[in-house]
Design a protein around this ligand. Structure first.
Ligand SMILES: Nc1ncnc2c1ncn2[C@@H]1O[C@H](COP(=O)(O)OP(=O)(O)O)[C@@H](O)[C@H]1O
Ligand SMILES: [Mg+2]
Length: 286
């Protein structure tokens, strides 16, 4: 049975005319790693809010259809309870900081405090999370003194410490340099391998290709297509609709038009797949 189920979800923000999500059907299995791609304004962040309960509990407006996690319906569940099922790492890490705490350590403990977790367990879980996300050295810093990338890790830590069943991440590496991004993706992958269900909005196509079980392409509030990373990320409809495409796919597509990519292989997404394809082509060329 699916862990997350959206049925015919349509949502319109307050004081606006047209819905931003239109008839979304989506189901995610326990332990699955699903990536969401789409051009700016497609509704990716809004979809994250709908899954994580911020719609309808924080953003009002008009929601129709059903959002369920483990059989519970979002509109019948308080946000304080929903956050223990679904954790959302916001696109802007600054939005995640509570404003109530002086140190990163306290900030990460904050959600557990609200749940009434005993101090001993709280300490153990915060320590473990600092280690996991590689931010032990930031523990005594003020959350407001951090760089965007550091804030992004603290935001991730403050969600992971809650041990949600579903982890929703909205462009969690947008503020990070390539090394920081690799580390954060490493943490996300480790959580996925431990069995956590992950829903990731991300523009870094090559990471999606390496990590995701399934890719959903969102376009103007509707699911345009879904499938395996190879199927979706190399689909010829995407570039004209404003989706980001991997440079290796672009290169191989141009090469294919000149007969320089092997017919037997799908277009590549990652560097490794591209190298493999061009090697195959060269070794079989007359
Ligand atoms: N609070 C809001 N009120 C009204 N419209 C909004 C609000 N937030 C986002 N929108 C609009 O909803 C659409 C989808 O936005 P968003 O979900 O942020 O897209 P994405 O994350 O894919 O860039 C955009 O047209 C945006 O302007
Ligand atoms: Mg967004």
């Amino acid at each position: 049975m699916a862990l997350v189920t959206l049925e015919n979800v349509t949502y319109r923000y307050p004081l606006t005319e047209t819905p931003v999500l239109k008839g979304i059907h989506l189901s995610v299995e326990e332990g699955e790693f699903v990536a969401i791609i789409g051009p700016n304004g497609a509704g990716k962040s809004t979809l994250c809010y709908a899954i994580s309960g911020f719609i309808p509990h924080f953003f009002k407006g008009e929601l129709s259809g059903s959002v369920r996690v483990a059989g519970r319906e979002v509109r019948e569940t308080a946000l304080s309870e929903w956050v223990t099922r679904v954790g959302l790492v916001f696109q802007n890490p600054f939005s995640q900081i509570s404003g109530a705490k002086y140190t990163v350590y306290e900030e990460i403990a904050f959600g557990l405090e609200n749940l009434g977790i005993p101090p001993e367990e709280m300490k153990a879980r915060v320590e473990e999370t600092l280690e996991l996300t590689g931010i032990r050295s930031l523990a005594e810093r003020s959350p407001y003194s951090l760089s965007g990338g550091q804030q992004q890790r603290v935001a991730l830590a403050s969600i992971l410490v809650m041990r949600p069943r579903v982890l929703v991440l909205d462009e969690p590496t947008s503020q990070l340099d390539p090394i920081g991004a690799r580390e954060v993706f490493g943490v996300i992958r480790a959580m996925s391998q431990k069995g956590m269900t992950v829903i990731l909005v991300e523009h870094k196509i090559e990471w999606i290709a390496a990590f995701a079980d399934r890719v959903i392409a969102l376009h103007e509030g509707e699911i345009l297509m879904e499938g395996t990373p190879d199927e979706v990320l190399t689909h010829s409809d995407l570039p004209a609709r404003g989706f980001g495409v991997s440079r290796y796919t672009q290169t191989a597509r141009a090469a294919a038009q000149q007969g320089l990519w092997p017919d037997s292989l799908p277009l590549p997404v990652t560097l490794e797949q591209a190298v493999e394809g061009f090697k195959t082509r060269n070794s079989s060329a007359p």
